[in-house]
Design a protein around this ligand. Sequence first.
Ligand code: MG
Length: 272
Amino acid sequence: MIRRHIARKPLYSGIASREGRSAARSCSLDRESFSRPELSSALMTTAPHPGRPVGPDSSAQPVALLALDDTLTDRAAAFAAWAKEFAAAHSLPEQWLHDADAEHSGRRRDFFALAKTTYALPGTVEEHYTAFRRRTPQLVPHRPAVNAAIQALAAHGWQLAVVTNGDHDAQHAKLAAAGLADLLPTVVVSSDHGVRKPDPALFHAALARLGATTKEAWVIGDSLEADIAGGNRAGLRTLWLSHGRPHPGGPLPQHTADDIVEACAWLLAQER
Ligand SMILES: [Mg+2]
């Protein structure tokens, strides 16, 4: 019944404060957040939830609908690991791959077309693209602090689901590589439903899978367009992961945290 205890904070409380921005900049996506006393305290010292109620009252449990890429997983780290492998396999500069990725972000076939012409790579653009899509999910790092944060939410009675845009096999492979597949068995992937975030239908599909309603649900994600705009449109509370970015304008979340570990600690702290 977390809703009773959540103090309604002003919209955008995390970003409006200079201190918050400074803290956000100081955090990196990969750091072990349990070394931060305020986060370990929030995650580790609250009394465990006595157990998940069953039956008609289960909709009153707090719900977290979690994005995947750059929320639960570190996509940049997976790309860096792939770039290292690919550069070694084809004898080309690893840094060139990072530079080309920045230039062709989101246009992966253009990226491989440029690599092929610049370095006379064997094989077709399509073959490289297919291999990339198969390999990078396997290179998503396992981050113990993230897994512990998710475990803490579950231990406190939160119902959890992953809501993600992408391909079924790739998204499940990422969860497995991150060691999150067993912790998060409810996964709603856009390719299975024929709709993508920010369409509210994908969030409502996740709530239906959990047997939950909108009133206890948070959407947590790094994308203002997909996660925050989508969650707002679905009538859910939203928590944006800034990863140190200032808010660029656009959809407003109810709260902002630097990363998923900080977000989980904040959600648990609201129960007190
Ligand atoms: Mg994302």
